[in-house]
Design a protein around this ligand. Structure first.
Ligand SMILES: O=C(O)c1cc(C(=O)O)c2c(n1)C(=O)C(=O)c1cc(C(=O)O)[nH]c1-2
Ligand SMILES: [Ca+2]
Length: 688
């Protein structure tokens, strides 16, 4: 497609009518969409049950080989893209990096409007995992999305003009952000937040969809004990925390930064909650305790915001084992009885089936190798391996904090009875940081220079486990893998499954692939120029079925490492049977060349290592060992960059893109030490 034309067709009466079609999207529309023909994709996970199972079968295992590109659209971003595009009557609403919203006419692939919330880019380092956004919600003619800086914004779907905005984190202390997509339930827009690596207290808030007035707020963990408890659920939770850990100073965590589902019949909304802040259970709550409601699925009454029940998957979380991963609601036949369940494959490596009427545990089985628990007892408590909690020695956590499965969407196909999701392992070695103090920046404490507050030292020893990535087709009744596909890399994309007996998934190595949903046979693939994180969607326009995916490498892993040789901007690809559009041209990444010849004092390399871990590691990765993702690896730069490192570190050009400014934090001597570490490491790994 050529250059996008701003507002190009917004005045065309046909397009106006289609934009107005979003007026029809209400709770009933979203609810019945999955049950109906699914011509549209009106909500994050398709419908409230978030099955991502489309009943469309025009594209099927028989003809998927004929899929070709219908159009591609440049999202004009260079960072991670994690959005599920929503499509109503052929108009697509999708977010790019930095929470920029695009409305696209899928009939032409042309831009209708964009809305840039103008997030202050200099604050990007206040989020853990890249400036990503997982998409919008549509409801009665409006488009809702969370901006990275914590605002919830309502736009007119037809024009892209702002109707209202709310700062959802106003008055709270700590580095909050939003990356997740809102959901709209019975006229209320529900949104959580992020920041449990930076010392925040998680909560979920509902706003009136029309006016933006706050309707309710539910906190995930108890707060400052000098203030009254908010509700009965907090009175229950507070007993599971040890106040000698002063957990409220570090926020406690539990941020609900991604998954929210809803069962209209039970009138229950389900929220997946996040990890503890800090990560270390001992430091957060020295006498132990489950630390409710961390790493849990919590059922909430959407009308009142009142807690109804919870099931905690990782009691006393100690490893960043969030339970924010996508939930799927379905009815499964278990031991001869139809059960209303939630399926969940969170970071901790177990696949859960729980009863969504009451939160009772049904079953759990590990879908990857794990070393923190041997299984779950009949009451749904993990049987832990004691060494996993020891903390005094370096421990190769499996799964690691990146999770055995992260936010990448899962889908469930009732025709095959299988759930499809990407599993992974990203090796990290953890040890408790005994000298940790909240908000203390200090050399060798990972990312403490950015407010990172996990109370864990990372990779004190080289992890012995290896990188892994796999597409898993899981039988939730038998609790075993039906089939799987190994990938060379972790952080592969979310999945879509269809009545055409297909599973679609994008990969970290830059492909969009279709598999036979029953057998796992690969049927089709197309290059995407860069790694894929987000899940594909499918919909009908004028009677024809399309498959779209929003692509853009990044996120928590992709910020520092990549698995493609080409680079492409954030792009939406749309495929159809018989599509003949030309793929865009990609820039071939220059061959990685180790930095060479920067003069340095080897005696300073040790201090440089400590400072690098404190300030640079999470985004830039290990110099000359990782290869750079959306942020460059410093081991492969032109020597002039490293020689002039102070010009980049002190009020440098990258502060505009979210790199912290180290003025007043790093001296010229410190910067010389960083140079010694970077050049020294490059020299050490250079083949002799
Ligand atoms: O604790 C939090 O608040 C929080 C937030 C986010 C986020 O908002 O993206 C992530 C995580 N944690 C996290 O642990 C994690 O692994 C992660 C991966 C990603 C991503 O987008 O690739 N985000 C997040
Ligand atoms: Ca986290």
């Amino acid at each position: 497609m050529g250059a996008p034309i701003a507002q190009a067709q917004a005045t065309d009466p046909g397009t106006q009518a289609r934009l107005a079609a979003t007026q029809r999207v209400d709770s009933n529309f979203i609810r019945t969409n999955g049950a109906g023909k699914t011509a549209d994709w009106p909500s994050y996970g398709l419908d409230y049950a978030e099955t991502r199972f489309s009943k469309l079968d025009q594209v099927n295992a028989g003809n998927v080989k004929q899929l070709g590109l219908a159009w591609s659209y440049n999202l004009e971003s260079t960072r991670g893209v994690e959005a599920t595009p929503l499509v109503v009557d052929g108009i697509m609403y999708v977010t790019a990096s930095w929470s920029v919203v695009h409305a696209i006419d899928t009939r032409t692939g042309q831009k209708l409007w964009t809305f840039d919330p103008k997030v202050d880019k200099t604050k990007a380092y206040k989020g853990c995992c890249d400036v990503v956004n997982r998409g919008v919600a549509i409801y009665e003619g409006k488009v809702y999305f969370g901006a990275f800086d914590g605002r919830l914004i309502a736009l007119d779907a037809a024009t892209g003009k702002m109707i209202w905005e709310k700062n959802t984190v106003e008055g709270q202390k700590g580095a909050y952000s939003i990356t997740g997509a809102p959901r709209v339930i019975k006229g209320k827009v529900v949104i959580g937040n992020s920041g449990a690596e930076y010392g925040v207290r998680g909560f979920v808030t509902a706003y009136d969809a029309k006016t933006g007035a706050q309707k309710w707020r539910w906190f995930v963990v108890p707060g400052d004990p000098s203030k009254p408890l908010e509700d009965a659920s907090m009175a229950k939770a507070v007993k599971t925390w040890d106040p000698s850990g002063k957990y409220w100073e570090a926020g406690g965590g539990g941020t609900a930064w991604d998954s929210i589902t809803y069962d209209p019949e039970l009138n229950l909304m389900y929220v997946g909650t996040g990890n503890g802040s800090p990560w270390s259970h001992k430091l957060r709550s020295p006498k132990g305790g489950d630390n409710l409601y961390l790493s849990s699925i919590v059922a909430i009454n959407p009308d009142t915001g009142k807690y109804v029940w919870h099931y905690q998957e990782t009691p006393g979380d100690n490893w960043d084992y969030t339970a924010t991963q996508p939930m799927i609601l379905a009815n499964l036949k278990i031991e001869g009885k139809s059960r209303k369940v939630i399926m969940h494959a969170p970071k901790n490596g177990f696949f859960f089936v729980i009863d969504r009427t009451n939160g009772k545990f049904i079953s759990a089985k590990n879908f990857v190798p794990v070393n923190w628990a041997t299984g779950y007892d009949k009451n749904g408590r993990p049987i832990e391996v004691p060494a996993a909690r020891d903390g005094s020695k370096p421990y190769d956590a499996i799964p690691g904090p990146y999770g055995a499965h992260n936010w990448q969407s899962m889908s469930f196909n009732p025709q095959t009875g299988l759930a499809y999701f990407p599993s992974q392992h990203i090796p990290i070695n953890l040890m408790d940081d005994k000298d940790w103090k909240f908000d203390q920046a200090a050399p060798a404490k990972p990312q403490s220079g950015t407010g990172w507050n996990t109370a864990k030292l990372l990779n004190v020893e080289q992890p012995k486990s290896k990188l892994a990535g796999r597409l898993v087709a899981w039988d939730p009744v038998a609790q075993k893998e039906a089939w799987g596909v190994d990938y060379g890399a972790p952080s592969n994309g979310g999945t879509l499954t269809t009545a055409g007996n297909l599973v679609f998934q994008g990969t970290a190595d830059g492909r969009m692939v279709a598999y036979n949903a029953k057998s796992g046979e690969k049927l089709w693939e197309a290059p995407t120029g860069t790694g894929v994180l987000a899940a594909p969607v499918t919909y009908l326009v004028d009677g024809k079925q399309y498959v779209s995916v929003a692509v853009g490498w990044g996120g928590n892993y992709g910020i520092a490492q990549r698995h493609t040789d080409t680079l492409a901007p954030g792009t939406v690809y749309t495929f159809a049977v018989g599509g003949t559009a030309k793929m865009p041209d990609y820039v071939q990444k220059k061959a990685d060349k180790l930095v060479q010849g920067v003069k340095y004092d080897p005696a300073k390399a040790e201090l440089g290592t400590y400072l690098y871990v404190e300030h640079c590691l999470a985004c830039h990765g290990v110099p000359a060992v990782n290869n750079g993702g959306t942020v460059p690896n410093l081991g492969y730069l032109d020597p002039a960059y490293i020689e002039n490192l102070d010009k980049f570190i002190l009020k440098g050009p990258a502060t505009e893109r979210g790199m912290p400014d180290f003025t007043g934090k790093l001296s010229m001597g410190d910067i010389d030490a960083l140079k010694a570490f970077i050049q020294g490491t490059a020299d050490a790994v250079r083949p002799k």
